[in-house]
Design a protein. Structure first.
Length: 334
């Protein structure tokens, strides 16, 4: 009896039996056929593959992988965005300058009551302005920049110490206002652009002067003299009176300075006793005097140290004159 007859005799459900189509037999594995091609074989087949498959597909894979890696690095702050244009290291952010200008003018007119003279010595072309340094915070540089803006509508580019680069907020503000780290490359780049470069060659020693010797200038570093001679630009001596008294230095706080990552932290009558408020400068009167420039022709053939000392003596004499005391006797003076 067949299966159909067996089901029709009541020994199973009376519905037609659906037969599955015959399955194709599975291929027998062939090691020679299924083996992965060797590098040599792949190279041989690459020559026969279409160009759009053999060449472009691997490139696209690597490009996608590199783009993903760049995106992850940008998220972690490792490298700038690929679309960000290179920043001009000497550019001035006009919007930031306009925002801080009212504060600078208020400090100039009201707080420090700046008196300025010698504007006839301000050159039209590039020059290096050399001034004495004083005060805990760089208000002397800010007032000189403001004075240049008011007198000639030009921004002096002051050179700042390298440690400023470790202060993110201060660094960003200084960069926006066109102030740069004091390197040879920056000085040369600014002078090539015809800029005014402002230097305080006393360095950190200038703001560390004790109260009793606050009017006595320390030796000048000679870097500015070398760059002026190489670029063939004049040196404009600048005498400042007032910054050395805005925060009289009584001593130093070296341990606290190390903890804060600062090269120096002076002790003053108001700091650290009043906390951050103690850093506000006293409202002393600023007096600025620009001296006759030392012409580029006078720098030729002279040693940088000689030029630096000549400039120091000139600035010291200007400070003495502003102070109203007789010029000091200097055995080195010819």
């Amino acid at each position: 009896m067949s299966i159909a007859q067996h089901l029709s005799h009541g020994r199973g459900p009376a519905y037609p039996l659906v037969m599955e189509p015959p399955r194709e037999p599975r291929p027998v594995p062939d090691p020679r056929r299924d083996a992965k091609p060797t590098p040599e074989a792949r190279r041989g087949h690459d020559d026969e593959a279409p160009a759009d498959v053999a060449d472009e597909a691997p490139v696209d894979v690597w490009k996608d992988a590199l783009d993903g890696l760049r995106a992850r690095l940008r998220e972690q702050g490792v490298r700038p965005a690929a679309t960000a244009p290179p920043r001009d290291p000497y550019a001035i952010d006009a919007a930031t300058l306009e925002r801080v200008r009212p504060l600078m003018d208020w400090l100039y007119e009201t707080w420090f009551r700046v008196e300025s003279e010698g504007h006839e010595h301000l050159p039209d072309g590039p020059a290096i302005f050399v001034a004495n340094h004083g005060g805990v915070l760089p208000f002397d540089g800010a007032m000189l920049i403001t004075d240049g803006l008011r007198a000639r509508d030009r921004v002096m580019r002051s050179l700042v110490d390298r440690w400023v680069d470790d202060l993110p907020g201060v660094r960003t503000l200084f960069q926006a206002l066109g102030q740069v780290i004091g390197t040879r490359e920056h000085v040369r780049g600014l002078l090539e652009r015809g800029e005014w470069v402002l230097v305080f060659p006393e360095g950190m020693a200038g703001i560390q002067k004790r109260f009793a010797t606050r009017f006595d200038l320390h030796p000048f570093h000679a870097g500015f003299a070398r760059e002026a001679a190489l670029a063939g630009v004049p040196i404009v001596p600048v005498g400042l009176l007032g910054p050395e008294s805005q925060a009289p230095v009584l001593g130093e706080l070296p341990d606290l300075a190390r903890r804060l990552g600062l090269p120096s932290l002076p002790l003053t009558p108001t700091f650290p006793w009043l906390g951050p408020l103690g850093l506000i400068p006293l409202p002393v009167t600023y007096r600025i005097r620009y001296g006759a420039p030392i012409a580029a022709e006078d720098l030729a053939g002279r040693l940088p140290a000689e030029i630096a000392e000549r400039t120091r003596r000139t600035v010291q004499g200007m400070v003495d004159d502003l102070l109203g005391r007789a010029p000091r006797w200097d055995p080195a003076t010819p």
